[in-house]
Design a protein around this ligand. Structure first.
Ligand code: ADP
Ligand code: MG
Length: 380
């Protein structure tokens, strides 16, 4: 049984191509539970897939042409094999990039008609882009009867985003959209790509995801600066990456630059918090995740300096309204927060944040309850 949101896409496919799709695939957005700016330091992250997802209906074509319609943009874009050049403009680059990445890796991918729709908020740090890539990849793998392991699929989707679209991201988003299991968070080691499915279910608690709707400003430059600081610190400390710092006090004593010291302290303590979060969740103590979320936020605010006033206000208000813990999630300078709240209170907590935003003159936030969901798959 397809849900209404999936039926909408199938109906748009029928209207657009006057035919039945050969199948329907979905791939979710994700939110990072804990582990921020640890990915490029070879460290640990722990996202979970959301219920919000891309639905994609498709059928093969006899030629090497891809036609793709987005219900969200209302646009249909068409490209052929000769146009598969990295740097392609437009949203269709996320789909073309997947075709390109598969072909670059030696897979035989024929043309297809595709229609997709998404309820992942676009550009809010919930990875609507990875959902798009992973839905397309899963569909093309099936339509072309390819055999590709799940982790390899995530790597190919990331290749599309990094090398074709041109966005320098880590593997977390595509790994989450591909590998997640319902009711679990995904512990992911960004160095060796080891994974562990960690249970994230407690009837008494839920995770509020609140989008501050803060416009991201200077994000690329700030991101590059944080990355450069981490690389510089690793070099000064004589380790391959900050993940390899085993004695934080000794490392801090070796650095005389206060800014570098604080950057290192965030990354090293954040890695430790991810490991602690895994332990807490595996012992079924979800409530004990709260203090780890709080500590992560303070570290991002004071040591890594990637939060902004709207985000800090949202986190503080969530705590005052009864959250057991709250933190910014995502790269920073805007985007979303998550808060661990008693089940049934997410709307009330979000309401309090909305009031605080109105009083401060900020734009109204949006929110939903994050439900740990399954990764990319075929649904029809
Ligand atoms: P995020 O991944 O955090 O949502 P990105 O900037 O990485 O933000 O990706 C957002 C971009 O992905 C959009 O600007 C658009 O180009 C593309 N995109 C995502 N979902 C869709 C969709 N359903 N239809 C068309 N384009 C989409
Ligand atoms: Mg993205």
């Amino acid at each position: 049984m397809l849900e209404q949101r999936d039926e909408t896409v199938v109906n748009a496919f029928r209207t657009g191509y006057s035919a039945e799709p050969a199948g329907v695939w979905v791939a979710p957005g994700r939110v990072n539970l804990i582990g921020e700016h640890t990915d490029y330091n070879d460290g640990f992250v722990m996202p979970f897939a959301l219920d919000q997802r891309v639905t994609l209906a498709a059928r093969p074509r006899p030629d090497s042409v891809w036609s793709v319609t987005s219900v969200n943009t209302g646009r249909t874009e068409v490209f052929d094999a000769d146009e598969l050049q990295p740097g392609m403009a437009g949203w269709q680059a996320y789909i073309a990039g997947v075709v390109w990445a598969l072909r670059e890796s030696g897979h035989d991918v024929g043309g297809a008609d595709l229609t997709l729709g998404s309820d992942v908020p676009l550009g809010s740090g919930l990875s609507s882009s990875a959902a798009l890539e992973c839905a397309a990849l899963t569909a093309l793998v099936d339509l072309n009867e390819l055999t590709i392991e799940p982790l390899q699929r995530a790597i190919l989707a990331r290749k599309a985003e990094n090398e074709f679209v041109g966005a320098p991201t880590g593997l977390m988003d595509q790994a989450a959209s591909t590998l997640c299991v319902e009711g679990h968070a995904l512990f992911f080691d960004c160095r060796d790509h080891a994974i562990r499915q960690v249970p994230l279910a407690d009837p008494a608690l839920e995770i509020l995801v609140l989008n501050t709707n803060t416009p991201h400003a200077h994000v690329d430059g700030e991101y590059a600066a944080r990355r450069a600081s981490c690389e510089e610190a690793a070099r000064l400390l004589g380790v391959p990456a900050l993940r390899d710092v085993t004695d934080l006090d000794a490392a801090l004593a070796k650095l005389d630059d206060d800014l570098l010291r604080r950057r290192v302290r965030h990354v090293v303590t954040e890695d430790a918090r991810v490991l602690e979060a895994v332990a807490v969740l595996e012992q079924g103590r979800l409530a004990d995740l709260g203090p780890l979320l709080d500590a992560s936020h303070v570290s991002m605010r004071d040591d890594f300096e990637i939060t902004v006033p709207t985000i800090d206000l949202a986190v503080e208000t969530a705590r005052e309204a009864g959250a057991l813990g709250a933190r910014m999630t995502g790269g920073g300078f805007g985007g979303c927060i998550i808060a661990l709240v008693p089940t049934g209170t997410a709307d009330a907590v979000a309401g309090r944040i909305g009031e605080a935003f109105a009083a401060a003159g900020y734009a109204a936030p949006a929110h939903f309850v994050g439900r740990p969901s399954a990764g990319a798959r075929r649904i029809a």
